[in-house]
Design a protein around this ligand. Structure first.
Ligand code: SOE
Length: 387
């Protein structure tokens, strides 16, 4: 006998995705996979996808199984059939789309950084809070099980007083001076679209994780550099000045008294996406490395002296965050799972980081850029809501 499978208990959640690039794929994969592995009361429905290029929108909708495709994002925002708008477009469009989606009463999810500046992201915060709609920003690295475990260990007080937090995000894909700026795939090099260079693109990840793990950053002293000063613009064909920062580094102080050392660059030859972080406390230290993302290095000074040393914890057991939902112990997961975890949490009413939390990251990146341009220490404006 054949039985028809039903999903009666689950509430459909109709998703409208705007943007079909790399991030559109990571999000679509999360929408497709989440119900196969996580229990939630929602059933995501891939309702509509939008891209400026009609062929790209059509190809994407067929590949991922979206019901309809469009070339104007307003079609999705105005549709009564859509519950949630997901923004995976270049940074200069986040604000307008998010505000319109909030005003239309949709839930809104947005790629990072939330705004090109903190002033821009504040407008987005105000819009979602005024409309009372759920909102979330895709700072996916919080959902690496090893990073989530680190948060749990810190909150349990295992580290004692924190002295140091250091993070790096290193890439090497813009070293060639022949690489143009602007247009699909290269908008990250166009300051008018991206807002900033590695500060908003890469340091923002490191800052989001740091604020989550170690609390607010009070002040920063930064330097930035643009190594290639002019590049041809894909859209105009003209050689134009480059307005983004190619490298960005800062020293800072956290509110808890610990010292911050951060660096991001696209000029570290040989490094493709080396995001590493380290925290040193009174009793313990930990190190995490994106290229070995399923491991957490942990040292606890209170261990028995004869056996004291760095442990390399392989996070594949069912008592590790998120891992009960996956395979059997010993079998690891990867990058794409971080988006599935974040979406599963969202479906289970954990929206963190929401727009207001992501705005706090933009306040730090604004201070970093201001400090670098003034050659001076800058105080990070704190979110009024939190004071
Ligand atoms: C840039 O190359 C990039 O794709 C970022 O935009 C992502 O946020 C980061 O996770 C990987 O690198």
């Amino acid at each position: 006998m054949l039985t028809v499978g039903t999903n009666m208990a689950k509430q459909p959640l109709n998703i409208g995705l705007i943007g079909c690039g790399f991030m559109g794929r990571t999000h679509s994969n999360a929408f497709r996979q989440v119900s196969h592995f996580f229990d939630t009361s929602f059933q995501p429905v891939l309702k509509a996808v939008c891209a400026r290029n009609a062929q790209a929108a059509s190809d994407f909708s067929q590949r991922w199984g979206y019901e309809i495709h469009a070339t104007d994002w307003r079609t999705l925002v105005e549709s009564r059939d859509i519950d949630l708008i997901d923004i995976a477009t270049p940074n200069d469009t986040h604000c307008e789309i998010a505000i319109a989606a909030a005003q239309a009463g949709k839930m809104v999810m947005c790629e990072k950084p939330l705004g090109r500046t903190a002033a821009e992201s504040m407008r987005m915060v105000e819009a979602v809070e005024k409309a009372g709609v759920r909102n979330m920003v895709w700072y996916n690295y919080r959902r690496v099980p090893a990073v989530t475990l680190l948060k749990i260990l810190i909150d349990e007080g295992r580290f004692g007083r924190i002295f140091h937090y250091r993070a790096k995000f290193l890439q090497d894909w813009t070293i060639s001076r022949d690489l143009p700026q602007g247009g699909a795939g290269l908008w990250r090099l166009d300051a008018s679209v991206a807002g900033s260079g590695v500060t908003g693109d890469l340091l923002a990840h490191a800052i989001d994780t740091a604020l989550w793990l170690n609390g607010p950053i009070d002040e920063v002293s930064a330097m930035t550099e643009t190594f290639i000063k002019e590049r041809k613009h894909t859209l105009t064909g003209q050689v134009q000045p480059v307005g983004i920062d190619d490298a960005s580094a800062f020293l800072g102080r956290f509110e808890n008294g610990s010292l911050a050392t951060f660096e991001a660059t696209r000029y570290a030859r040989g490094h493709k996406a080396l995001y590493t972080l380290e925290i040193n406390g009174e009793h313990a230290s930990a190190i995490w490395d994106l290229h070995d993302l399923h491991r957490l290095q942990y040292f606890d000074h209170r261990d028995e002296g004869r056996l004291r040393g760095w442990r390399s914890i392989h996070l594949t057991d069912s008592d590790h965050p998120y891992m009960k939902q996956w395979w059997v112990p010993g079998l690891q997961i990867g990058y794409e799972h971080t988006f599935i975890h974040q979406f599963a949490d969202f479906l289970n009413h954990n929206d963190s980081p929401n727009f207001r939390e992501a705005h706090a990251t933009d306040l730090v990146t604004d201070a970093v850029l201001a400090s670098a341009s003034k050659h001076a220490w800058c105080t990070v404006t704190q979110d009024q809501e939190k004071e």
